[in-house]
Design a protein around this ligand. Structure first.
Ligand code: BG6
Length: 281
């Protein structure tokens, strides 16, 4: 076997390169972030920005960033967007190759790195990836404190398409969403992209399909009622860091989440696992 090798990007970040008879993948220890996933004989599924500089301490623009213990700007305007863990190194605590070609990786976020100014709770945070012809990414939070806390989070997956104008998402028909402060519901069977899209669906079915010119990507979620659908479109693309002006034409984010009414109340000693799984249909 020997499918997994530890490599170092010229800018210094360490990552795992995995090459099996079934798939290839790359996972950065910073952010425990899957940045590349490609089943053999199929196109790559995840989008990664060509403008990414891979500087240590920056978020990596693409793949599956981990947003924890809050999503977006919440709980306060001065809080770092999308939480505390996506720009810091995680520890690899398990890597297991099965003869079938399936690979299981487990990462833990070192508790001492948690900024107690923003997050004054003891907890254990683990990301597990099960990679084969599909990729499954889970994040488990265990409350080790003596008081409960409230958590929002997302597995912020960037998917690749060759043409956003020929891309749509099914599985969201009749679901209510919040976008730019307004509530709405889409009656169409497929959501298409013609402008900036930044929707939080708070009670969506557990599976969607992304229809791209390359085929259909199935994206499913567990322990998650909410999901986020995002494409920055023309103007926001120009303002985003590590994102090319035309990059909005080749990506779409469909994020497994626990946000809005779907936020998690975690009592002491309890644990909660959010999971997303994706692959070609
Ligand atoms: O640039 P960031 O912090 O990675 O965020 C990217 C996007 O993440 C999405 O999840 C949000 O809905 C967008 O509003 C945001 O712009």
């Amino acid at each position: 076997m020997g499918f997994i090798t530890l490599q170092r990007h010229p800018k210094g970040l360490e990552y795992l390169r995995i090459d099996t008879p079934t798939f290839e993948a790359e996972v950065y220890l910073q952010g425990a972030q899957l940045t590349h996933f490609k089943p053999k004989n199929r196109a790559a599924i995840l989008w990664m920005s060509d403008e990414e500089s891979y500087e240590p301490g920056n978020g990596l623009r693409g793949g599956v960033p981990i947003c924890w213990p809050w999503f977006g700007k919440l709980p306060g305007e001065d809080y770092p967007q999308h939480g505390l863990v996506r720009k810091l190194p995680w520890q690899l605590v398990k890597s297991h190759e099965e003869s079938s070609g399936q690979v299981v990786l487990q990462f833990q976020f070192p508790q001492q790195q948690l900024n107690s100014m923003y997050w004054p709770f003891k907890c254990e945070v683990t990301v597990e990836m099960t990679l084969s012809s599909t990729a499954k990414v889970s994040i488990t939070t265990k409350n080790l404190d003596d008081k409960p806390f409230v958590l929002t989070q997302a597995l912020h997956s960037y998917f690749r398409t060759s043409d956003i104008l020929k891309t749509g998402v099914s599985g969201l028909q009749d679901c209510s969403y919040l976008e730019f402060g307004h509530r709405s519901t889409d009656k169409a069977p497929i959501v298409n992209f013609t402008k900036e899209t930044d929707r939080v669906y708070d009670d969506a079915p557990s599976q969607q399909l992304i229809h791209t010119p390359e085929g259909q990507i199935s994206v499913s979620r567990r322990h998650s009622k909410s999901c986020v659908l995002w494409n920055p479109w023309i103007d926001k693309a120009k303002r985003l860091e590590r994102f090319g002006d035309d990059d909005y034409t080749t990506m779409v984010c469909l994020e497994a989440a626990n946000v809005l009414q779907d936020q998690i109340h975690l009592e002491p000693d309890n644990a909660y696992t959010l999971t997303t799984e994706f692959g070609w249909q």
